[in-house]
Structure formats: structure tokens, C-alpha cells
Ligand binder design. Sequence first.
Ligand code: SF4
Ligand code: SF4
Length: 407
Amino acid sequence: MNASQPGEPPLPNLNRPLALDRDRLSATTPKNCIPGNLLFQWHITERCNLRCAHCYQDQSLGSELPRDGLLAIHEQYLRLLEQWRKAGNRVRGHVTVTGGEPFTHRDFEVLLECLANHHQAHTFGILTNGVLIDPPRARWLRKLRPAFVQVSLDGLPETHDRLRGAGNFHEVLKGISHLRKAGIYTVVSFTAQRGNFREFPQLVEIVRRYRVNRIWADRLIPAGNAASLRDPMLDAEETREFFNLMLQAREKAASHWWFRTEVSMHRALQFLVGGGHPYHCTAGYSLLTVMPNGDVYPCRRMPILVGNLLQTPLPELYHDSPVLRQLRDKTRLGENCRHCLHRAACRGGLKCLAYATTGDPFQGDPGCWLLQPRAGADRFQAGGRAASISNGTNCCSASLVSKKEAD
Ligand code: SF4
Ligand code: SF4
């Protein structure tokens, strides 16, 4: 399901294969590249006890693997890490288990205990909506030593409940409270959209009181259940405003010794406002996503089918997939980013947002206020409003010149 709203331009067909440039592929993407770490984001089920408006799951309950299938996939991941390490590479492994809601999978606990038994090979974390976490579950999780448990909060109670269901905000806070009492490193994620992004600073104040260790935020991607939600997407000026709000919240947190919650700004384009090490898309290089039936995507937010682990072994998919190899190509940038001074570090911002809105992940992040419009092409419009980038004053090089002049 990928329907646009009446009066809007049609959304791209996201099921079509990526255009493949074979010459470029062989020239710039070494077949046997090995990452320094491999994050395996594993959606073990589509089932969920909630129905959130902006969920990336498409709500179709496809097949999910029972215990033996889960353990076989984990074995493939272990073997790939071992193969790379035996060849003399230092590769860190990390598995993030999620869903749907992972606690609804009947073999979730078996899988987590298996992951916990392989602490030498990789760390692991859990993404959950948090409402199924009670004190005994939190104590059990603590024994398994996850690197973190992450839950989502998408605004103040009224906004969050509108998106995720009545009463959910307080249920999530209860889950957070149990996690923190058990001493588990707890992360809150926030999905920014037009209707909630200005609530972020107040949300930081709330999660601070619950001693959440870290809060981070990324922008809504119109994919999965959210594919028809163009209106709530931030345009470029809203994106910049949001990052400034994040920066203020981060600086406030850093200025008080009693403020134990880190406001993290390590997502796409956030370095433009918050400084620090720039984020670039790692999908297909140090990030792979596995779906409940064994399908592999570069990233959950970029649902391009790479293959299936029940049919093709992981090393083969990782090294041979044309899709993954193109995504690893550092030189592949859209026209819009070609002249940007940040292009080497940023590599086009949120590739998933470019993919969701144009069908081409290499087009440059539509929320970037430095992006130059392609000649002859309309700038992406979020929510029917122009993303307020025009030729000249707001383009990347022009804004850098005017900053120098202002200095
Ligand atoms: S113009 Fe492109 S490379 Fe430059 S900051 Fe924006 S998205 Fe990144
Ligand atoms: S930019 Fe998007 S596709 Fe790439 S790793 Fe980040 S979330 Fe995934």
C-alpha cells in the first residue's frame, strides 16, 4: 500500500528494482569489502499489540519463523562474523531484535537467551513499544545483559496517544520505570513529524525525570503503514527548526550536572546544526535488516528486497547483492549533492527518505536545506508545501558563502 493523498503528486513505485549501473558497480564497489561492525536489525514478527499511525510495518501478518528458523538465522550471522574475523578483520557484531512487538513472538525469550549466550561474538539490544514490560520481565532482561532497551515516545501525552492509542503514553512510562529500576540502559526514540516536533524539548524534561539514559530523534519516513502520510513530513525549514530545538535541549541537558539524560544528535543532517561526527547512511554496509520470514533489506526504512536467508546464505547475499553493493558505493551521489562541501561525510543524508519520496535513494535527503534542486525538476514538496529551497540563496554553496560573510 503506497497511496498518495488526493491532490498530491503520486508516490513512487517502491517495488521496482533499483537501476543498476554495472560499470560503476565494478569500478567503485569492491566485492569483498568488510565493515568494522555489522548491525543486524532483526524484525522477528509483524505482530503487535498496538496500531500506530506511522509504523513502518505494513500490518500484513506474513509468516514468521519458529524457534529453529530463528536459531538458524542467528547461526548464519555468527558464521559470517567468524569468517571475517578468521581472515584477520576486527569486526564488532550487534543484533537488535524488534518487531512488530518482539514480546509477542512466542520464541522471543528463547532467542534472547541464545543471543545472551553469545556475548563474546556480539552485543544485542531490543526495540519494543515498552507496554509489555513488567517488573519480572525487566529483571529477567537485566540478567541477559542487553546493551540497551529502546522504547518510543512521540510527543506529550495527548499527541503520543493520538498516534499510538489512548493511554499508551503512561503505559510506556511504566515500562521505562521498570527498566530503569532493573538498571537497564534505556533509550527513548522520537519520530519527528509536523504535529509533534515542537514538543521534543518538553518530552526531554519528562524522560529526564524517569532517568532515561538517552533520547534521540529521527524524521518520519513515509514507508510501510506510514506510506500515505505525506502531510506530517517535515519540510526543509521545519527540519532545521527541529534540529535547533534538539540542540537547545542538548545544551540545556549538558549544562546541568543533575541532568543524566543524553540528547543524542547523531542522525542524518543533525551534524549541520549540532556539530560532531557526521552521520551517513550505513544501510547495506554495516547495517542489514532481516524480516520475520527471512527476507533481507538494507534497512527497515529502505525496504528494497535483497534476498531471503532461507534460500541464500548470508555471506553470499552480503558480498554479491547488486543492491547492497550500490549502496556501499561512496562515490554515488545525486546531482543535488554534487557541489555540497559536506558530501564526503554526509553522502546524501537520509537515503530512505529520498527513496520513499522519489524512488531513488541517491537523490539526496529531501529534508536538507542545503540541497540544490535538480535542473528542470520540482523540489520535493512535503505536505503540499514547497520545501522552501530555491536556486540561489539557500543552496549549499551560497549558504556557506553567506555564513563566511556574516562571520
Ligand atoms: S546537500 Fe546532500 S550531501 Fe550536502 S548536507 Fe545536504 S544531503 Fe548532505
Ligand atoms: S539513512 Fe535511512 S536507510 Fe540509511 S541507515 Fe539511516 S535509517 Fe537506514
